[in-house]
Design a protein around this ligand. Structure first.
Ligand SMILES: [Cu+2]
Length: 68
């Protein structure tokens, strides 16, 4: 099990959290996503080490920006 934490900017409400969570669940290998709205902290658990580019694209797809 792998766990990585990212920072996502632009999320302002529960809808944003839901959108980011949904898109990240589509990334291959992802098993769990936890988003803390305040601060844009996103913790992703996965079976394999995630491709950062896939994570970035998923966040983009949801309409937000991966900061780190
Ligand atoms: Cu929102």
């Amino acid at each position: 099990m792998h766990e990585q934490t990212f920072t996502v900017s632009g999320m302002t409400c529960g809808h944003c959290v839901a959108a980011v969570t949904e898109e990240l669940h589509k990334v291959p290998g992802v098993t769990d996503v936890a988003v803390i709205l305040d601060g844009g902290n996103v913790t992703v658990r996965s079976d394999t080490v995630l491709d950062d580019e896939a994570v970035r694209e998923a966040v983009d797809e949801a309409g937000y920006t991966l900061v780190s």
